[in-house]
Every structure is written in C-alpha cells, then in structure tokens.
Design a protein around this ligand. Structure first.
Ligand code: C2E
Ligand code: CA
Ligand code: CA
Length: 474
C-alpha cells in the first residue's frame, strides 16, 4: 500500500504559521491576564482594606520565610484605650484615626522596615538588617514621634498613645513565630505594667512571665483549697468612732509564703481569676459583718469585675444569700475603670444604686479625675489617696491641696475619707480640714473579722478612738 503524498502550498504553510502564532499570542495574553488577576487576588488577600497596609496574612507569610539567619525585630504596637474612642466618637471616627495613624507611620517606615495592620488597633513593624538594635530603637522613636501630634478627628483633637512590645532576633530565636510570640509577651507586659510605654523582650521578662503564670496557677489552687482570707481595716469618723471597715484580701495559706494583695491582685486581674476571688471577698465580708448594724462594709472592685456583665447579679445574689442589707455595702472603684468605658460605667453604677449599694471613688488624687467627672458620676464617697495625705503636716502645699480637695468635695456634697493616716498630727489636721472619715495605721491595721467580733461583744469600740489617739500624741 502506498501512502498518500501530502503536499502543501506555500500559502497553506503561511496560513498555518499565522494561526499558530495567533494561538501562541492569545495563550500568552491569557496566561499573563491570569497571572495579573492572580497577583491582584494575592494582593487583595494581603492588604488591609481600611488602611491599605499589608495585613496579618502578609505578616505571617513574611515571618514564616524568616530563616533565623537575618537580623530582624518585630515591633508590635497597640493603641491605648482605642475602645473608648469607638465608644465615645463612633466607629467611623475610630476608623478615621486608624487611617491617619497608618498614613503617618507608613511615611516614617524606610525600605528596611514594613508596616502591617494585624487587626483592630494592633500594628506591626519588622525592621531588618545590620545594626538591628540601633535600627529597632530608631523605629520605636519614629513611632513615638509620629503619634506625638494630636489627631483631628471630626471637631476633636485627640492625643493618642500606644503601648509597644519589641523582640529582636539575636541568633537564639529559631523561628519567626517565636519572635512574634516574644513581641506579644513584651506587648502584654507594656500594656499591663506601663501603658503607653515600650517593653523589650528579654530573659528577665521571660522569667517574669513564667513567674506570673506560676502565681496564676497558684491562685487557682488557692481558691479551691480555701487559702485566701479577708481582713478588715477600720474607718473612723471625726470623733474616732468606728463607722465602717474596708475588706482587704489576704493569702495566708499560700504554701510558698504569703504574698501581699499588691503582688497577687494584678495577676488575678490578668488571668480573670479576680472574678472568683472578688466574689469570695464580697460574700465573706457580707457574712462576717451581717449582724453588725453599726458598721458599713467597703469592698474593692477591680476593673475586670466592674466591666463584667454579671456584676450586678453577683452583688444582688451575695446580698440575698447572706442577708446583708444593701444600704450597708459600699463598693470602691477607681477612675480608670470608668475612663475606659464611660457609657457602660453609667449603666453599671445606675443598676448598683438601684440595688441600694453605694459607690466610692478610691485612690482619689493619684490620677486625673476632674470636677466634671465627679459631678457626672455622683459618687457617694471620695477616698483621698495616701499619696496626698503623706505630706500633710510636713509640707504647706500638701495641706493646701488637701483643703482645696475637701472644699471641692463639700461643694459637690460628697463625703470624704482620708486614707493612709499614720500619725496623730495628720489625723488632727485632716479633721480640721473637714475630712468626714479617716482610715490608716494610726487607727488600726487590717485585722481578721474575729478581732472586731470579740471586742464588740463587750461593747468596747474595737479600736483606738481618734480622741484617745490624739490625746496620746500630746
Ligand atoms: P486600697 O484599696 O487603696 O487599700 C488600702 C491599702 O492601703 C491596703 O493595702 C491597706 O492595708 C493600706 N493601708 C491602709 N492604711 C495604711 C497606712 O496608714 N499606711 C500604709 N503604708 N498603708 C496603709 P493592702 O491590703 O495591701 O491592699 C493593697 C491594694 O490591693 C488595695 O489598695 C486594693 O487596691 C487591692 N486590694 C486589696 N484587696 C482587694 C480585693 O479584695 N479586691 C480588689 N479588687 N483589690 C484589692
Ligand atoms: Ca480601697
Ligand atoms: Ca485606696
């Protein structure tokens, strides 16, 4: 069999070649367009739509690519009280602030340092290259400088601070993920210990974190094993009569040795265990003093408790179960608790007052609470912080400041308690300045409830009276 011979004319060949070229060009164009679309999709998936910055996904990808050889730092920064901006000025104002922050910071980032928005009000920078320490410190300084000028949000000029957490790879960090964890730990430390400051990850910080976890674990065990106790410090009136007590948490049963509340309360707050601990203190105090109609009881509320939706129900149940009258209970809060979420604070305070409980502003004078603030929240009592009392009798200015504070509280019709009164002279001067009640080592240190019960049984006022104390001073 003979095969048919194929013969092509030059025209056929030309046409075929033309078609082939056209196919090839189309194919190239399609591939290019697909690649462009893909790039666009990748870019969209890596970009934060609000600020146009690279997003968390891009950040995580870049971290994954970190091989442990290059010098690199991770700087995380989180805006302080951003929730308040959203709550006070609205979400749009919050967004406007984020966009402006991104714009200012993107401008200060050089080629060796990219800016990312990881979500919410959390941003990250990743300086790389030689002399990494210097480079990192310079980046931190640039962030601080960029935030310095106030932000014009609507009609308002806002000052916005940020807390920074920094971790630098110094040969020992093997993965980008570890570097990120370290920066997170440093940020958590900055936020809890010096809000608005910068914390650098270090071996010491790592040990502190470990110890913190250990104490948190111990608090959990301590709560189940009943290691905590509540002691009470007397509050006296100007005649020296004990009119109330402040309940203060103690941890005498801790196997590793007792810690003071200043040492364990912040850990309980961070871990959320303050809810159980605070409730224990409240119930214990209500139980211990339920038959003492002559005494009011003050209990401290931590910020986490104050912002907890269950607070009002918890207080109501504690009162109901112990039979303690609401009118004798006072809850002490600090101004920071309100500044964070003012609207929520209004509602919580209203509901607590509906129960019949009164509310005192604790540590007054250690922060920035203004007169407007005192008027808005109509506190039932102002507790003047020990730092304002310390100079009384030693320094004329301290005395004037105290007199002015007391006069202001009187004008607002808010009774005042002076805290941390340690000497008879202070007590006398404070009394003359018009302070309504006093509390401090001079009148009595915190003691177990039994001390009050035993002494009250035979009708004796359980503490050195103000008059006796003043007499003793002479
Ligand atoms: P705070 O509410 O301002 O309580 C007063 C603190 O000052 C108490 O310290 C008290 O013992 C101490 N103090 C009273 N008078 C004097 C004095 O004359 N001189 C000196 N140097 N100190 C005096 P404490 O019991 O160590 O408590 C420290 C802080 O821990 C409390 O400050 C409060 O913020 C917190 N805290 C204590 N118990 C609780 C609790 O049950 N819940 C919460 N959330 N916080 C608590
Ligand atoms: Ca207090
Ligand atoms: Ca106080």
């Amino acid at each position: 069999m003979t095969l048919p011979t194929l013969s092509f004319s030059p025209l056929d060949i030309g046409l075929a070649l033309f078609e082939l070229t056209a196919y090839a060009i189309t194919a190239i164009l399609v591939v290019r367009r697909l690649a462009r679309n893909r790039n666009r999709l990748v870019e969209a998936a890596s970009t934060d739509p609000l600020t146009g910055l690279l997003n968390r996904r891009a950040f995580m990808r870049a971290l994954k690519a970190y091989d442990g050889e290059e010098n690199m730092s991770v700087i995380l920064f989180d805006l302080d009280r951003f929730k308040t901006i959203n709550a006070t000025f609205g979400i749009e104002a919050g967004d406007q602030l984020l966009v402006e922050i991104a714009r200012r910071l993107d401008k200060v980032c050089g080629d060796h340092c990219r800016l990312y928005r990881l979500g919410g009000d959390l941003f990250a920078l990743k300086p790389r290259g030689d002399a990494i320490q210097t480079r990192t410190e310079a980046a931190v300084a640039r962030i601080r400088a960029a935030l310095e000028a106030p932000f014009e949000i609507g009609p308002s000029h806002l000052t916005q601070t940020a807390s920074l957490g920094v971790a630098t790879a110094q040969g020992r960090v093997r993965s980008g993920a570890a570097l990120f964890d370290h920066a997170h730990a440093a940020l958590a430390c900055a936020k809890s210990q010096h809000r608005g400051g910068t914390a650098y990850y270090s071996e010491t910080l790592a040990r502190d974190i470990e110890r913190s976890h250990e104490i948190e674990r111990e608090i959990g065990e301590g709560l189940t094993r009943g290691e905590f106790a509540v002691w009470y410090q007397p509050i006296v009136d100007r005649d020296g009569r004990t009119t109330g007590v402040e309940a203060l948490a103690r941890w005498p049963g801790r196997p590793g040795g007792e810690l003071s509340p200043a040492q364990f309360i912040p850990h309980a707050e961070r871990s959320g265990q303050i809810h159980a601990l605070g409730l224990y203190v409240l119930r214990r105090a209500c139980m211990d003093f339920r038959h003492r109609d002559d005494l009011r009881v003050s209990v401290n509320l931590s910020p986490a408790q104050f912002h907890d939706k269950r607070l009002v129900t918890d207080v109501a149940s504690a009162l109901l179960e112990t039979g303690f009258p609401a009118e004798r209970l006072e809850l002490e809060i600090t101004e920071g608790q309100i500044i964070d979420l003012p609207e929520q604070a209004d509602a919580v305070m209203r509901d607590l007052r509906l129960l019949g409980v009164s509310i005192a502003l604790d540590d007054y004078g250690s922060g920035y609470a203004s007169i407007g603030y005192l008027r808005r929240y109509r506190f039932d009592k102002l507790k003047i912080d020990k730092s304002l009392i310390d100079g009384v009798g030693l320094d004329a200015r301290a005395g004037q400041l105290l007199a002015a504070t007391t006069a202001m509280a009187q004008a607002l019709d808010i009774p005042v308690t002076a805290e941390g009164v340690e000497t008879g002279e202070q007590a006398k001067l404070l009394s003359l300045a018009g302070v309504d009640s006093l509390q401090g080592y001079f009148f009595g240190r915190p003691q177990p409830a039994q001390v009050f019960a035993a002494l009250a049984a035979d009708g004796v006022v359980p503490l050195t009276s103000f008059k006796a104390a003043s007499a003793g001073m002479r």
